[in-house]
Design a protein around this ligand. Structure first.
Ligand SMILES: *[C@@H]1O[C@H](CO)[C@@H](O)[C@H](O)[C@H]1NC(C)=O
Length: 136
């Protein structure tokens, strides 16, 4: 029993993501997509794949684990520059942020920033490989 418990814990730590952000070329999470995630609750800026940004982003999802509560901001230019197109605050806490149809301005997003993550210990059941309402 004891050994099994340790193995389960190790598995959970290995696969648990601190947050997950997925963008789709189509509305309602359809068409080509890219999923971004990290097991580390770090603070950083990501540029979106240019194949995606050239086509435009029509829908997206974001989730942050309760033990990290990372916030996200979405930006109109690479390097998290330009206009802040939207944000979700991990302190809320935002477990999920689903957008089935971005605005015309939002569809032109090029980067996003993850920040304000908490370094809380992992407690309970966790899995953020994808957001719970993502179709795949
Ligand atoms: C997305 O879903 C909504 C609600 O079901 C629907 O009205 C809309 O037509 C859908 N858009 C696309 C592009 O499929």
């Amino acid at each position: 029993m004891h050994k099994q418990a340790i193995l389960v814990f190790a598995f959970v730590v290995a696969v648990a993501n601190a947050w997950s952000f997925t963008v789709w070329q189509g509305a309602n999470k359809s068409g080509k997509y890219r999923r971004y995630f990290d097991v580390h609750a770090g603070n950083y800026c990501f540029n979106l794949d240019t194949e995606m940004t050239n086509a435009g982003i029509q829908s997206f999802s974001y989730c942050s684990m309760p033990w990290t509560r990372c916030s996200i901001t979405i930006h109109s230019e690479t390097g998290c520059n330009g206009v802040n197109l939207g944000s979700a605050t991990g302190n809320a806490p935002v477990d999920e942020w689903n957008k089935d149809q971005t605005s015309a301005e939002g569809s032109l997003m090029k980067s996003f920033r993850i920040q304000g993550c908490q370094a809380a210990p992992i407690v309970g059941t966790i899995d953020c490989q994808k957001c719970s309402r993502d179709p795949f």
